[in-house]
Write a protein that binds this ligand. Structure first.
Ligand code: UT7
Length: 349
């Protein structure tokens, strides 16, 4: 008997319309286009405006994934986000309602930039075991809402966005079946990427000693080192588990944080540059959305096609990391909107 598996059946993404270029940042902060481009590979990012929240962009991405799958109902919604609309309740139930999905189970998963891989594993497990027959898995974050406007490092990297996939119940031998996962975490390094205040430890009802505690703080250099090591290790473990020799991976779709990280991980796996998907130059680091947004872009450009052996790999705050492999299916995908839309005028005098 063929083993039951969750199968990728739809894919969609959304980025908000307000574009912030490196030049925009250089006009406000002590930075340059040259520094940002050469140190990160990022040229622009998109941010939500006032009044637009994570649920808004999650709904847009979710709708496109449902369209791609050709379905109007699913049995489960899992939203990966670390910037929910509110600390309580979760954002997924509202997203499910706004998508007209009825009273389906819906909850958030918080694993920062690994959130999408964790959410995918959670939903796939529920589909594999028959708890749900299908699922909408969304990765959506609006990190622009938690960045210190004076922090040139985080503002250079992070952008907002949402990406989503539909999973259906199928068989392991089918194209699109999720073939296995590798997941991990190391909480001893929690302080490398953190927003210290606003939770139960340092409450938002109390005045923080330092207002910067309400902003994201990231220690870039150690995070970079761990990103390369952990993404390489989890990818190699996963490839081994599902029986793929690493050099036979056709496309590595890894978390889009820094082009130098992607190149280093590709090198560890023995992959040439043309097998490493990168769209961070155009959208920045979109946290939980980064992997599905890279998939949308790669399918749209023809860089990723049906039959490719694809390894998805995430790394982020927690620390957390994870990987999943699949043979990519044929999917209709709408291109990301607005990659050439209006520029947000954020210049200060
Ligand atoms: O998504 C979750 C995981 N996040 C990541 O994977 C991010 C990983 N880290 C990185 O991508 C890189 O560490 C960064 C891009 C964040 C920083 O690049 P770096 O080459 O590691 O720079 P650094 O932090 O070692 O800083 C080198 C210098 C410093 O100046 P001094 O102390 O040498 O005078 C920084 O203050 O670069 C300075 N710097 C900048 N200069 C101009 C940091 N950010 C900027 C900036 N513009 N935007």
């Amino acid at each position: 008997m063929t083993r039951r598996a969750a199968v990728l059946a739809g894919l969609g993404g959304w980025i908000p319309p307000m574009r912030v270029t490196n030049e925009d940042l250089a006009a406000q902060l002590d930075t340059t286009d040259e520094w940002i481009t050469s140190r990160t590979g990022i040229r622009q990012r998109f941010v939500v405006g006032p009044g637009v929240s994570t649920s808004d962009i999650a709904v847009e991405a979710g709708r496109r994934a449902l369209d791609s799958a050709g379905v109007s109902a699913v049995g489960l919604v899992v939203l990966a986000t670390s910037t929910p609309d509110h600390p309580c309740p979760a954002t997924a139930p509202e997203v499910a309602s706004r998508l007209g999905l009825g009273e389906v189970p819906a909850f958030d998963v918080a694993a920062v930039c690994t959130g999408f891989v964790y959410a995918l594993a959670t939903a796939a497990g529920m589909v594999d075991t028959g708890i749900a027959t299908s699922a909408l898995v969304i990765g959506a974050d609006t990190f622009s809402t938690i960045l210190d406007p004076r922090d040139r490092t985080t503002r250079a990297i992070f952008g907002d966005g949402a990406g989503a996939v539909v999973l259906r119940a199928g068989e392991r031998g089918e194209r699109g079946a999720l073939l296995g996962f590798d997941l991990g975490s190391d909480g001893t390094l929690a302080d490398l990427i953190t927003m210290p205040a606003g939770g139960s430890e340092q409450r938002s009802s109390e005045l923080a000693a330092d207002e910067s505690d309400f902003y994201l703080s990231m220690r870039g250099r150690p995070v970079f080192r761990h990103a390369v090591t952990r993404m390489s290790e989890t990818s190699l473990r996963l490839a081994d588990r599902i029986g793929w020799p690493a050099p036979e991976i056709d496309r590595l779709v890894a978390h889009q944080a820094n082009i130098r990280i992607l190149t280093a991980v590709g090198g560890e796996l023995g992959l040439p540059a043309d097998r490493i998907v990168a769209n961070l130059d155009r959208v920045g680091n979109t946290v939980a959305a980064s992997i599905p947004l890279a998939l949308v872009d790669a399918v749209g450009s023809g860089e990723l096609t049906a039959g490719h052996r694809v390894l998805l790999c995430g790394f982020g705050g927690g620390l957390t990391w994870g990987a999943v492999g699949l043979e990519f299916p044929e999917l209709p995908v709408q291109p990301l909107p607005g990659l050439a839309t209006r520029v947000l005028s954020t210049r200060t005098k």
